[in-house]
Design a protein around this ligand. Structure first.
Ligand code: AMP
Ligand code: MG
Length: 488
């Protein structure tokens, strides 16, 4: 983004700080393809300079030269409170390749690092890498992860860990926080440049609209409303939905203490540091809406160039008020598909909500339940449906299954085609915390096989993959729950 917006109030030239003896932890072939980077049979770039580049140790490969790496400034609301200026404290944007910005996270201090060391640890880098690519595999908009490069450089967190650099790709890493920053500064011309840039590069359809900036605001809201519905539909909790972690392109970004739910709990809090549950599963839609309200405030000065304050406020408020309906529409459509319902029926929402309530009451595994639901056959006797055994309240689930079977009778599809359709939207494999944790523990001993295996499994999450049933299962009861916090 900031390539076209230069100026020391927007970004600063920032050299990555080298790491000693870098080594490959993982690289994503499909992300590499996005930038035309070919990998050899060993799964690595043929040009060894790429290891140095993605470690932050050089700015040159045989094919690319990045002359002006930068870090950008943004501000934001963290846990509902205005945090003032933040910025890329440990992310350095090298440049753009084939429409993708290439950013190194953990590449050392920037002028926005504040008290931080500019580094990221191996653990959090592997989590971000795997989840970015898993999310892409699920078909959910996300920033991508190209690679993780490790080093034995010690990094102090609660304990001493080692450093890693995660290379990320996105058409733009612009956040709500970028707009909030210039609005807070009262820098209207910068604000306007940001909006114009965003329209030109990423929302060209807004340009011909009579009110391009209002239209841009609506489109950003719409993308993020649909995004959060997609998270809900796979049981994903982001963990830190601060406005500086929200993309203006509607991409999932800044993977930290995220979690895919195992046992369904609508109040699930995946971030150990989130004591009040601000970012609990069921609150994600309203929090995303709240973040859009932060964006609306930042857009006020833009609209005030043509309208008085009252009119601008009404226009933005009306646009913001569309969020819940867009979210609900997307949510309903996704959950209908999850249940194999192609026709829309007025009572479907009640049916979906009753199932979720029963799953919550019995803490049923979110992912496996929807996968199993696809095996229900039209006309089947309720007491032959084995998934009823997962529920404590047997009479209620039996009543639900009875109603579901009646509802399926309205559908024209036969059992096999409904099952295929359901399996194409209900993943078999998601990046469960215990799986990521096992890969991290091996990686700490320089064994990266499990990271690479998970990358492969999660890149094709809807297909039955032979011989890897373990990756589809909920965590075994003897596995202690992985606690993830903001520390990264
Ligand atoms: P996060 O919670 O990871 O989104 O980070 C919030 C802010 O703190 C962002 O501006 C980050 O760039 C910055 N930050 C996080 N960790 C570090 C670190 N180790 N060094 C410098 N800045 C950091
Ligand atoms: Mg962040």
């Amino acid at each position: 983004m900031a390539f076209l917006l230069s100026g020391s109030d927007v970004c600063r030239l920032t050299q990555p700080s080298p790491i000693p003896n870098p080594y490959w932890v993982a690289i994503s072939r499909s992300a590499a393809k996005l930038i035309g980077l070919n990998l050899g049979d060993d799964g690595l770039p043929t040009d060894p300079k790429w290891l140095e580049l993605l470690a932050g140790n050089t700015l040159e490969t045989a094919s690319h030269h990045f002359s002006s790496p930068i870090s950008t400034v943004y501000s934001g609301h963290q846990f509902g409170v205005w945090a003032g200026q933040l910025g890329d404290g440990r992310a350095i944007l090298l440049g753009e390749i084939q429409g993708q910005e290439l950013q190194l996270k953990g590449a050392g201090k920037t002028i926005y690092s504040r008290m931080g060391d500019g580094r990221a640890v191996l653990r959090s880098s592997i989590r971000e890498f795997l989840c970015s690519e898993a999310m892409h595999g699920l078909g959910i908009p996300t920033t991508r992860a190209l690679s993780v490069i490790g080093s034995d450089l010690p990094v102090r967190r609660e304990t001493i860990e080692t450093a890693a650099v995660c290379a990320r790709l996105a058409p733009s890493f612009m956040r709500i926080g970028h707009f909030e920053h210039f609005a807070a500064q009262g820098n209207i011309s910068r604000l306007q440049e940001l909006a114009e840039l965003l329209i030109k590069e990423h929302y060209p359809q807004c340009a011909s609209h009579p009110e391009p900036q209002l239209e841009l605001f609506k489109k950003i809201c719409e993308r993020n409303a649909r995004l959060v519905a997609q998270w809900q539909a796979v049981g994903f909790c982001h963990g830190v939905l601060n406005s500086d972690n929200i993309s203006v392109l509607g991409l999932t970004m800044d993977y930290g203490p995220f979690g895919f739910m195992d046992q369904f709990d609508i109040n699930h809090i995946c971030n150990h540091s989130d004591q009040s549950g601000r970012y609990a599963y069921h609150r994600q839609p309203q929090i995303m809406h709240w973040n859009m309200a932060c964006l609306a405030s930042a857009f006020m000065p833009l609209l005030q160039r043509r309208y008085d304050a009252k009119e601008a406020e009404v226009l933005l408020r009306d646009a913001l008020d569309e969020f819940p309906a867009i979210f609900a529409d997307e949510w309903q459509s996704l959950f209908r598909k999850k249940l194999g319902l192609i026709k829309a029926h007025a009572d479907d929402i009640k049916l979906i909500e009753r199932l979720l309530q029963l799953m919550h009451d019995s803490r049923v595994d979110f992912t496996t339940l929807f996968r199993q639901l696809a095996y229900v056959k039209k006309g089947q006797a309720v007491d032959e449906i084995s998934l009823r055994n997962l529920f404590i309240d047997r009479p209620s689930i039996d009543q639900w299954l009875h109603d579901y079977l009646l509802r399926l009778d309205i559908e024209d599809e036969n059992d096999a085609s409904r099952r295929n359709a359901m399996h194409s939207v209900n993943p078999k494999y998601v990046l469960r915390n215990h799986l990521a944790q096992a890969a991290i523990e091996k990686a700490r001993n320089h064994d990266f096989s499990e990271v690479r295996r998970l990358l492969k499994v999660m890149s094709d999450p809807f297909s039955e993959q032979i011989g890897i049933e373990y990756y589809a299962l909920p965590p075994p009861p003897d596995i202690t729950k992985v606690a993830v916090s903001c520390s990264s």
